[in-house]
Write a protein that binds this ligand. Sequence first.
Ligand SMILES: *Cc1c(COP(=O)(O)O)cnc(C)c1O
Length: 419
Amino acid sequence: MSPETLVPASLDAAGTPFSTEAFDQFVMTSYGRFPLALVRGAGSRVWDSEGREYLDFVAGIATCTLGHAHPAMVEAVTQQIQTLHHVSNLYYIPAQGELAQWLVEHSCADRVFFCNSGAEANEGAIKLARKYAHTVLGIQDPVILTANASFHGRTLATITATGQPKYQQNFSPLVPGFHYVPYNDFGALEAAIAQIDQAERRVAAILLEPLQGEGGVRPGDREYFQRVRQLCDEKGILLILDEVQVGMGRTGHYWGYEALGIEPDIFTSAKGLGGGIPIGATLCKAFCDVFKPGDHASTFGGNPFVCAVALSICRTLEQDNLLANVQARGEQLRAGLRAIAAQRPDQIAEVRGWGLINGLELKGDIELTSLDVVKGAIAEGLLLVPAGPKVVRFVPPLIVTAAEIDQALEILERTLAAL
Ligand SMILES: *Cc1c(COP(=O)(O)O)cnc(C)c1O
């Protein structure tokens, strides 16, 4: 399939041009959107309603694992929608069992609970940790530690877990039982636990991202995470890792915790798991049996449709050896970004990341923001997404090619030169 054959149809079959004004009249104003409507995709490329082509290094925010219109995904979607799409968890769902088996066989988890999003997966993890604290550890008032600059979702419990006041503003009262610590700082973590012990409360769990995505593409420090794991073992604290953005191969490993050389007690997945179909998962070691029938549920969670599609993503990841591509393309991208950074020390402070989640941090003492770079890149035909005011994030599909990485680097160079 050559890109030339993929000129998109108009959004509206009648030929009415897409109108952002009409859209904004009917859709709630909770998002700040870029003024373009994407209507078609193939591989790592998308087209807008005007027929313009973009290289997609956003991938639906680190979600479209196999890019757009991948044959394996198209086949799974088509086959399952024609067979059975939803029945509820009143019944056994074979595809749910198969997907859970794949996940268990490719991770440190023993069992899986399926839901529909990252926030919901983290809600499940929080409920599971609390039930374990109450029923096994005998803690009446459990505290969960999370990190500053973290991101765990937009429900009330997960904005509370998120250590960024901007997401919590005007939504109080928040959910009790959370306490924040600086990321990658073991001394501060120990001090916080001692302080909470003194107040005669108890830390039941620590919830961390292996690499902070939204908070600025900040990789976890290996030594820090290994010490946290050891401390959790000594004190009987659960270690929960939020793998919503970095799991499912994005780091060049199936799971981000593999890059840190540790295993969590509970972890969560969502974004890349369904390749863009809404699905989330809470994964846990055997103690998850504290959940009894009726304790936790989701009407849509793990339905035949999403599980069949997610299975096609998992199997393709494995069969096509995409982890090797993620590692190679990630190295190529970081090398290219570092070369650009070396040419532009006045604009760029740092390049960092793992596999195909990478960040370009702009100098703090200049006016240029990540949003300026993202807008400039869109005008040049490259989709990027900010991770905070100063970091530009690169999260292409895991099938991205060497030529596409080179093209993205060329466009970025042109964009930065024009700013
Ligand atoms: C995106 C994200 C979430 C929230 O996922 P939703 O599907 O938007 O609810 C949670 N944690 C991390 C690390 C994320 O990147």
